[in-house]
Design a protein around this ligand. Structure first.
Ligand code: COA
Length: 182
């Protein structure tokens, strides 16, 4: 197995056209359809990194602040930010484009976690990730804290073991800004 791979080796760009069957009664893209596309583009990125079968283990909270209209072209870009043992964090960015109006806006970003598995569905080791520019390095560094938050919320890690996550909140320090209870 290759021991380490560049972030760029897992990059995937997928383009979709919002058709009537993808929309809600307001003629905007349904959230579930967008999540389906995100899952696919991210799974392909995880497969490219690991050269394995992958399964979705987690999808971080996605907020739907920008509706995407019928007829828009949706571009989804995914790349693996960091891997651990068998799991990989994938960063997904989404843009919506109204080509006749010449307008393109970034609408969503999300982090999904995939686990590489063998033919029996058992987790299997994956290559590590080598970030090669400041943006990739920032995503790589943050991936450890996001993993800890995910695992704590899934009750797979004790908050006490989430050392890097705790360090950004200073949980161990008394909160001097908090108002005292009366
Ligand atoms: C994901 C899955 C393979 C994990 O299997 P498991 O027996 O719990 O294995 P482990 O405890 O050894 O965990 C394996 C990896 O998954 C990660 N993982 C498990 N649950 C996770 C979660 N909720 N969030 C993030 N990562 C998770 C672990 O951190 C571990 O990562 P690491 O190897 O990099 O340290 C298993 O739960 C599964 O098959 N789930 C169903 C996947 C699926 O069907 N997805 C489609 C959803 S409809």
């Amino acid at each position: 197995m290759v021991k380490q791979k560049l972030v760029s080796e897992s990059e995937v760009v997928m383009t979709e056209l919002v058709l009537p069957n993808d929309t809600n009664p307001l003629n905007n893209l349904m959230g579930g359809r967008l999540m389906h596309w995100m899952d696919i583009v991210a799974a392909i990125a995880a497969q490219k990194h690991s050269n394995r079968i992958v399964v979705t283990a987690a999808a971080d909270s996605i907020s739907f602040q920008h509706p995407i209209a019928l007829g828009n072209v949706v571009t989804l870009k995914a790349q693996v930010t960091r891997s651990f043992n068998s799991s990989m964090e994938v960063f997904i960015e989404v843009w919506a484009e109204d080509i006749p109006a010449n307008k393109k806006v970034k609408t969503h970003r999300a982090f999904f976690t995939f686990v590489a598995v063998d033919q029996n569905g058992r987790p299997i080791e994956v290559p590590s990730v080598k970030p090669s520019n400041p943006e990739e390095e920032e995503l790589y560094a943050g991936a450890l804290r996001r993993r800890q938050l995910r695992l704590v919320l899934a009750k797979r890690m004790s908050p006490n073991d989430a050392v890097e996550l705790k360090s950004i909140f200073n949980f161990d320090e008394p909160d001097k800004t908090a108002k005292k209870d009366k």
